[in-house]
Design a protein around this ligand. Sequence first.
Ligand code: ADP
Ligand code: MG
Length: 572
Amino acid sequence: MSLVTGKITGVSGNLIIVVVDGAITQNEVGYAVKGEQRLKAEVIRIQGNKAFLQVFESTKGLKIGDQVEFTGELLSVNLGPGLLEQIYDGLQNPLPKLAEKYGFFLPRGAVLEPLDQERTWAFTPSVNIGDKVRAGFYLGSVPETQFTHYIMVPFDVKGEWSVVETAPAGNYTVSQQIAVIQDERGNKRSLSMQFQWPVKLPIMAYKTKMMPKEPLVTKVRIIDTFFPVAKGGTYCVPGPFGAGKTVIQQITSRYADVDIVIIAACGERAGEIVETMREFPELTDPRTGRSLMERTIIIANTSSMPVAAREASVYTATTLGEYYRQMGLGVLLLADSTSRWAQAMRELSGRLEEIPGEEAFPDYLESRIAEFYERAGLVELHNGGRGSLTIGGTVSPAGGNFEEPVTQATLKVVGAFHGLSRDRANARRFPSIHPLDSWSRYSSAVPVDIVDYARDFLFRGTEVHQMMMVVGEDGTSLDDFIVYLKSEFVDAVYLQQNGFDPVDAATSPERQNYVSQLIHSLLRKKFEFSSKEDARSYFYDLRQKFIDWNYMEYGSEEFAVQEKLISGLIKG
Ligand code: ADP
Ligand code: MG
């Protein structure tokens, strides 16, 4: 079968219109040929013999009449050992290697193998000749950083096949044969450690998808206690500039109870991406004391890449997350920011002259966002193991207005909402997750009655505070004033947490339970203060002791001593 070619009949920004000489498919990859350069593009719409392609690079210089070669393949990523520790662009080009080869200014059309083709991996087979296998079954494994990376039957294999050859244990490159499988009709297929998968198709080589119920412990108190995330669940973080988005992302990456973290930095300001690429490799993993990159993959768009690559980066990141989920691992995907991704969608839709919906976003915006978050999930694998992919997406609504289409479409599908508040960030109350606007559908690390009771106090405290701004402290009753002091206390000692202190940054669920019980008894206590001044100095003293306590290792001797002091103050 000879591959289809076409001729460009129109160029509009990153969109090219091509008349084709044969059958092509939606999302097929084509290359616009410009002299020595081959510019990667993806078919996004077909009308008769006319195809619309989004080009992943600058279309500068492309002209009517230029040739396009189609590949017959969908936009795909390479899967196999060696993905961890990588920093890729949206098309899975390894950025540090590109920079090494081409310097800071990448030439257009520059590509490199996503996986190191020379490196060898210590492969141990786990199947025997005659074994029946299906897509996603394990053929063997290699060690990759601190994980067992399972080498799987490619996900496009349909039905049951038999193993007819398997390589002995030894060192192999990703492209060397490690097994041969055969179907009922005798068709054979040679397998290596790497294979491809189209980024826009969810990987579903598992038995079942299950309800995400088990908490994904982040060790951030306000999250685990008040607005929890579940393993395999989804959440959204609206992040206005300076609100603490990057810091919370780094904290969750380090402390969340997951194996692998994937960061999709899609099209945020260039400086922020550089920041991510520079800061992440410096982070240490609190579990190992070594680099956090050992269990991280970063997908980042360089500022020179056009909008189409932003779109691709979200899908690439998701596919890599699904791949590691198939190995029975817990994966956390942080997409930053989904608003930029949606803007790319809007720009493209405009060029396609589609009928615009709300705020000029295409009418399929909602379904695209829903499809993205649906790729999260807790799954049961063929061997009975479990893997999860949790997705957290930031949204950067212009002017912090949540009534816009991207935030609204996201809120419909996610399981938790962590609204970052600029006011809290300005007041240096970190993490700046808003305690009243945020919500979660997942279950907390702490009993629900305790959580509800505390939230009620936070709400009432805010009300008293607002009233106090009008009538002044003198016009506020002593009882109301105590409500206010109690809510401020909860905020200061529990909601706020120092992300830069190794002890305070990571509060285990046990400790959260323990401490919240103590706070609960304080909130329930009826105090008999003789004046507001008395009340204020009592809570001030208690708060200081409590904050000191937060910096002490749970279960340590000093922790126990401080606890006696605090309990004494509370019980009076
Ligand atoms: P954004 O990414 O939303 O623009 P950052 O995450 O960079 O904002 O936060 C801005 C600044 O706020 C940080 O440089 C830091 O000083 C402070 N900050 C944010 N989160 C925390 C936190 N959890 N603990 C302490 N300081 C924080
Ligand atoms: Mg930032």
